[in-house]
Design a protein around this ligand. Structure first.
Ligand code: FAD
Length: 468
């Protein structure tokens, strides 16, 4: 039987990063993945393919709507070739997952393909696709089995017309009318993809705003912009049934007055969140405890109730984000090597890759109010930037929340072009506990979208933004 210092179950961004870091630190490492490609949800059916589709559809939208404004004329009709678009996306996925194989090889990590299940706290059985089983032994085991799309109890996903994000990345045609249940990140990103490609899109959301976990100002701005893009929103609507009739899908919901509203479309994307995935893991055999929502319970060191077993990523509490899983993978590896790493969960940024992009880090205004923290706000609109006018990306703003007395930056919230990248400056500043004045006194290249961060910091410091 092969023996390892560490065995990791699941090869998503949590698992494969943990494996690399363990190997870098000199541990004999194995990783077990049930699928034939590595990289988990993120690389195969999540972050990477969704961004590839967002990029392609963005190019198409630019070509049909905005090239003309830039003085670019294309003779003849511009058409979508969805099959080609999806094939390009798959090419990106294949290249990226192959990259993980290379990294496993480079770091001398043994990869097992098959379903890993606990035999006991130090042994894992690997059931391979050909039915054969192999057993390995490991001093430490990291559970990194991730998550799967969840649904509502009364919705029967047929994966053809009533679909999850996984199928939405593989459609054979552009829907005529896609009904998206859930106004969270995944629903909005994929809804925008198909809106750009020509579908009518209606987002039905239970809460009274989209991206409910983020600062309310971001929800308001994104709703406004997406409405301009002709996405329809039915907020405060509680979906009660989803039915397929041939090529049609009928979604019934109650609005906030309790009146029934019926939506008819040809596809329904169910994007109501994700659930931890522990099927087949046989956690019981190792004595690992799960909570009532199926998440693996861990302590502050990401250790389960069993001494040598850890868990990371989507399968435990916290934000379901690839970069959060990666940090956790690194943390566990470094702890196993005797180091004392730390993650500040308050500084894990959240991003929505719609266009304009939405990004945030730290506390929202609602959270500061609830905690009774005295704060000041500095806000700067993208439309006042030369860079935004040059690219015609004038929607959005940067908002900085700083402590009223100390000026320490407590939260940064932004909507606009390239905000997914701009948020890194805010994370860096907050990691170093910068004040708004610190940011305002740093030189920001001109003309860039990043100037909005400096201007918002100036506005927060002393209400002295320069360009508005
Ligand atoms: C459409 C979509 C878009 C997304 N976009 C973003 C984004 O832009 N940015 C972002 O940060 N996050 C995004 N996410 C979320 C991100 O994909 C997840 O947070 C991330 O993948 C979690 O990583 P993980 O390592 O915990 O698990 P996963 O990536 O889910 O990987 C778990 C792996 O474990 C394997 N596995 C499970 N059980 C077993 C077993 N018993 N034996 C062997 N293998 C097993 C699974 O097959 C899987 O490969 C997106 C998700 C979706 C669905």
């Amino acid at each position: 039987m092969d023996q390892y210092d560490v065995a990791i179950i699941g090869s998503g961004p949590g698992g494969y990063v943990a494996a690399i870091r363990c190997a870098q630190l000199g541990m004999k490492t194995a990783i077990i993945e049930k699928y034939s490609t590595l990289g988990g949800t993120c690389l195969n059916v999540g972050c990477i393919p969704s961004k590839a589709m967002l990029d392609s559809s963005h190019h198409y939208e630019d070509a049909i709507k905005h090239f003309d404004e830039h003085g670019i004329e294309i003779p003849g009709e511009i058409k979508v070739n969805l099959a080609k678009m999806i094939a390009r996306k798959q090419g990106v996925v294949d290249q990226t997952t192959k990259g993980i194989e290379f990294l496993m090889d480079k770091n001398k990590i043994t990869v097992y393909e098959g379903v890993g299940s606990f035999k006991d706290a130090t042994h894992v059985n690997i059931k391979k696709n050909d039915g054969k089983t192999e057993e390995i032994e490991a001093k430490n085991i990291i559970i990194a089995t991730g998550s799967k799309p969840s649904t509502l109890p009364f919705i029967k996903l047929d994966k053809e017309r009533i679909i999850t994000s996984t199928e939405a990345l593989e459609l054979k045609e552009v829907p005529k009318h896609m009904i998206v249940i859930g106004g969270g990140v995944i629903g909005l990103e994929l809804g925008q993809v198909y809106k750009r490609l020509g579908a009518e899109v209606t987002v039905v959301e239970f809460m009274d705003r989209i991206i409910p976990g983020m600062d309310a100002a971001l929800s308001k701005e994104l709703t406004k912009v997406m409405k301009k893009q002709k996405v329809k929103f039915a907020l405060s609507h509680k979906v009660k049934s989803v039915e397929r009739k041939g090529g049609q899908v009928i979604v019934k919901a109650d609005d906030k007055k309790g009146q029934e509203v019926v939506f008819e479309g040809d596809y329904c994307l169910v994007a109501v969140g994700r659930k931890p995935y522990t099927d087949g893991l046989n956690a019981d055999a190792a004595g690992v405890k799960l909570d009532d929502r199926g998440k693996v319970i861990v302590d502050a060191h990401l250790k389960t109730n069993v001494d040598n077993i850890y868990a990371i990523g989507d399968v435990i509490k916290g934000a379901m984000l690839a970069h959060k899983a990666e940090e956790e993978g690194t943390l566990v590896a470094e702890q196993l090597a005797g180091q004392k790493p730390h993650i500040d969960y308050n500084l894990i940024p959240g991003v929505v890759y719609t266009w304009p992009e939405v990004a945030a880090v730290g506390k929202t205004e609602e959270e500061l109010k609830e905690a009774g923290v005295e704060y000041k706000v500095g806000q700067f609109p993208m439309r006042a930037l030369g860079r935004s006018r040059a690219s015609m990306d004038t929607d959005g703003f940067v908002k900085i929340l700083a402590d009223k007395k100390t000026d320490e930056v407590l939260g940064v919230h932004m909507v606009g072009a390239r905000c997914a990248d701009l948020i890194a400056e805010a994370v860096t500043a907050m990691e170093f506990r910068a004040s708004a004045e610190d940011i305002s006194r740093m030189s920001h290249a001109h003309p860039t979208y990043a100037e909005a961060v400096k201007e918002a910091a100036l506005a927060a410091t002393d209400d002295r933004a320069l360009h508005i």
